[in-house]
Design a binder for this molecule. Structure first.
Ligand SMILES: Cc1cc2nc3c(=O)[nH]c(=O)nc-3n(C[C@H](O)[C@H](O)[C@H](O)COP(=O)(O)OP(=O)(O)OC[C@H]3O[C@@H](n4cnc5c(N)ncnc54)[C@H](O)[C@@H]3O)c2cc1C
Length: 385
């Protein structure tokens, strides 16, 4: 079997690596002229990291990351703790650049082929043919469409709706660990609930840097791009009344980026002929459970395991579709609900929300992170026999 992959993000690189590791010939096409990521943090939870362990990727990735060991939910003003939970070795925070660098390295070590500066302009799902602006057509037995939330290949080959703006704007920045708020455990994962907004910050393990994301409800996104550099004065206006230490931390960042948060419903079916959607191309979601990248890893693992265990390609695609469509739909919905929960602004509802956070946070997070893709896969494969 020969596999063509479009897009060198988390989904494309992980899937490319997992298939190459099985000895399958993989050619990955990336439109940029290098394999890089935006300098920002990412969290990876157990549902994804147990798969990285299985793929023998975890140690090299964890080597450049950070184990925060604990997470806290706090009040936005006085930073008092609403709840906290322990995190084990399976929970990792890191800089996206390190994650993608490791995936790229390991893919190449596994004899995977990367072609940069190769934008795929169209695909033919029935034949598995890829067309490029600057390269002759290539034909594959299977094409993995991993071109991200703005997937143009999804537009033309799968039914489904356009990405829609969610009325959330995320402000992202990085600063030195010495700029963290001056209270105990500020160097763990800290989440703050404020009216109509929330923040998250954690160390990334790279150069003593901390990543922070501050999300506000804001129905206006007029920018052409989905990511632009924002003005500190606008940031201060949006987060007026927040704790002084948090504001100082954000102000110490060289740059603040404003990121419009978009979402896109899943198509009814994740494959069409020989083409299949993975990662954000399939199920972009609001990032409030930190699961978009984790699901991209789950997708990659699921597909490569099925290819390893099921001879018939049509059956591989059908089982993948059933498993991943259900799970991604559910996590997309839960992420949306988490956004509404985090951003409650009615003063009468805030104390009730906080009680819920106290009672249910651990259970809800554990439930999310304890998903075991291999267990579901075994059940599905047994059911076929
Ligand atoms: C503010 C924010 C915080 C987040 N935090 C977390 C978190 O903590 N944990 C987590 O798990 N997830 C998080 N996510 C989600 C996560 O970032 C995404 O789900 C993940 O990066 C998606 O990876 P991907 O490979 O599917 O797509 P992408 O990373 O978008 O990669 C797509 C690739 O395809 C290439 N490409 C596009 N079109 C073409 C073409 N036609 N031809 C060739 N190449 C092409 C692009 O250049 C790009 O390299 C967050 C998201 C946001 C916005």
């Amino acid at each position: 079997m020969r596999v063509g992959v479009v897009g060198a993000g988390i989904a494309g690189l992980t899937a490319g690596y997992a298939l190459s590791k099985q000895g399958i010939e993989v050619n990955l096409f990336e439109r940029s002229d290098s394999i890089t990521e935006f300098g920002a943090g990412i969290t990876l939870s157990k549902n994804a990291t147990i798969l990285l362990r299985d793929l023998e990727l975890f140690d090299s990735i964890a080597g450049s990351g950070f184990h925060p060991r604990k997470s806290f939910i706090r009040d936005y003003k006085n930073c008092s703790v609403l709840n906290s939970m322990e995190l084990d070795d399976n929970f990792l925070t890191l800089d996206r650049r390190d994650l993608v660098e490791q995936l790229d390295l390991r893919f190449k070590e596994a004899q995977g082929n990367i072609h940069t500066n190769k934008e795929v302009t169209s695909i033919s799902p029935s034949t598995g043919t890829l067309s490029f602006a600057n390269h002759p057509d290539e034909t594959y037995d299977l094409v993995l469409v991993c071109d991200g939330i703005r997937s143009s290949l999804r537009d033309s080959n799968f039914e489904g709706q356009e990405p829609r703006f969610t009325n959330y704007i995320a402000w992202r920045g990085m600063t030195q660990i010495t700029q963290l708020p001056r209270f105990e455990d500020s160097d763990k994962v800290n989440v703050y609930y404020g009216p109509g907004s929330h923040w998250v910050h954690y160390p990334t393990g790279r150069d003593e840097m901390v990543n922070f994301v501050a999300v506000e409800n804001n129905p206006r996104w007029s920018e052409e791009s989905w990511k632009v550099e924002g003005f500190k004065t606008d940031f201060l206006e949006s987060f007026e009344g927040w704790n002084d230490d948090l504001i100082s931390m954000a102000m110490s960042s060289d740059r603040l980026y404003k990121w419009g948060i978009f979402e896109r419903p899943l198509p009814k079916t994740l494959y069409n002929g020989r083409a299949i959607l993975l990662g954000d191309a399939a199920h972009p979601m609001v990032p409030f459970l930190g699961q978009g990248g984790c699901l991209a890893i789950e997708d990659a693992y699921c597909l490569s395991s099925l290819i390893n265990q099921v001879a018939d390609l049509e059956e591989v695609l059908s089982i993948f579709d059933e498993m991943r469509n259900n799970r991604s739909r559910w996590i997309q919905k839960r992420s949306r609900l988490q956004g509404s929960f985090n951003h409650i602004s009615n003063p009468l509802l805030i104390p009730i929300r906080n009680i819920f956070a106290k009672i249910f946070m651990k259970k809800s997070v554990q439930n999310l992170h304890s998903y075991n893709l291999n267990a579901e896969l075994s059940l599905k494969l047994q059911a076929r026999l």
